[in-house]
Design a protein around this ligand. Structure first.
Ligand SMILES: *Cc1c(COP(=O)(O)O)cnc(C)c1O
Length: 404
């Protein structure tokens, strides 16, 4: 590989760019995870995660990628042959379905076109028709990372309640946590699944289950075999600040730092920043004359934008041109949209100028790949971002300096 000057632009929808503060926090000598210092770390990260998940119940932290926490949510709450309801929002919903099926769970997957969110009305109808309460859980992704479509979790909760159905609500927040609002307790979520490498600004390798009382009660009678992923030994050890096995200690130091950064910025400001950058991106895409994969403007996810390439073009070749020429990594189309979309990640540790650089590289790269696009996408993004700028006198520099 020839030398490339400047920073590589990692603009995939996760893993995301690591803040230097997180890297430095992880650059530590190891400590004994059974020694006297570790409980304070454990307690700090669990308390911080509870504030991000808005969850008062236990939070299991696994040394695994997000897929492990998907599996943990299934193993702890369900029994062989149980039925669950899920929505085909895209590739990640399909993968979670596949995982559940491999554990002998019967999944009723409501078909989707990969351009719309989970439909609360269909959820309500399915549950209302399930008089015997055979459906034990509803599985939904707050943000479907393969398509850039967000589902309304509060609306799914209301649909379950209107059907007066006891199903558990299991929610994947892997590409939405610390990006858009999530309210575990308020929305009656039973298990929220999270991962470290997206909104939490950490390397891949940690995953989470935020657990409700109802889910914990279900875990007492759930019959799928669980050992490593069992919540109870984790909860028991966590009470004294320890783990049933060796935790990923350096990642815990990084997590403590990233949680501090989120609190310094303020979660509501974090959400507003993502909304702003996402809208700027969509304006650029429209100005180029390209189509956004998400067909429901109320359901855009603030973490990424999936962009459809015109017929006759292969999105992966376009991505390759953009990577080769401008050193920008964009997300590939997955599953049914392979070759049809590329995905721009605008999440986690990112600001306006990083986004504008990315959009500029994409605008040049699209032209270099021969895709017939109009210039002016970056201008459209700048017009939007500029329109939202506070007058210089109102800007408090403390915010800008604390995140270095
Ligand atoms: C990234 C992602 C996953 C998969 O997580 P891994 O860490 O790759 O196992 C699952 N669900 C969603 C919504 C994701 O964005």
């Amino acid at each position: 590989m020839a030398f490339r000057s400047g920073r590589h632009s990692l603009q995939i929808p996760g893993p995301t760019n690591l803040p230097d503060r997180v890297l430095r926090a992880m650059d530590q000598p190891l400590i004994d995870h059974r020694g006297p210092e570790f409980p304070a770390v454990t307690k700090a990260v669990i308390a911080g995660l509870k504030r991000v998940f808005k969850c008062s119940g236990p939070i299991a932290i696994y040394p695994s990628s997000g897929t492990g926490a998907w599996e943990a949510a299934i193993l702890n709450t369900l029994s062989p042959g149980d039925k669950v309801l899920a929505f085909e929002t895209g590739q990640f919903a399909t993968l979670w379905r596949n995982l559940a099926q491999r554990h002998g769970i019967e999944v009723d997957l409501i078909p989707g076109d990969w351009r719309h969110p989970a439909d609360p009305a269909q959820c309500e109808a399915k549950l209302a028709a399930d008089k015997s309460h055979a459906i034990k859980a509803v599985l939904v992704l707050q943000s479907e990372t393969s398509t850039g479509v967000a589902s309304d979790i509060a609306a799914i909760r209301r649909a379950i309640d209107r059907a007066r159905h006891p199903a558990l609500l299991l929610v994947d927040t892997i590409s939405s946590l610390a990006i858009q609002d999530f309210r575990h307790d308020e929305w009656g979520v039973d298990v929220a699944v999270g991962g470290s490498q997206k909104g939490l600004m950490l390397p891949p390798g940690l995953s989470f289950n935020a657990v409700s009382k109802k889910a914990l009660a279900a875990s007492k009678t759930a019959k799928l075999p669980k050992a490593y992923f069992d919540w109870q030994p984790m909860i028991d050890a966590n009470d004294s600040g320890y783990y049933p096995y060796t935790p990923a200690t350096l990642m815990f130091f990084g997590l403590k730092e990233s949680l501090a950064m989120l609190e310094e910025e303020g979660l509501d400001n974090v959400f507003a920043r993502h909304d702003r950058l996402a809208e700027a991106t969509r304006r650029a895409v429209r100005a180029w004359g390209l189509e956004i994969q998400c067909a429901d403007p109320k359901a855009y996810t603030p973490s990424l934008t999936a962009v459809r390439v015109p017929g006759g073009f292969n999105a992966d070749e376009v991505r390759k041109t953009i990577l080769d020429r401008f050193d920008i990594a964009l997300g590939a189309g997955l599953g049914k949209v392979l070759g049809k979309v590329f995905r721009i990640g605008h999440l986690a540790y990112i600001n306006e100028t990083q986004l504008l650089g990315t959009l500029g590289g994409i605008e040049l790269g699209l032209a270099a790949a021969g895709v017939p696009v109009k210039r002016g996408g970056v201008d459209a993004a700048m017009d939007f971002l500029g329109g939202n700028l506070a007058p210089a006198s109102a800007v408090t520099p403390a915010v800008a300096t604390s995140r270095r």
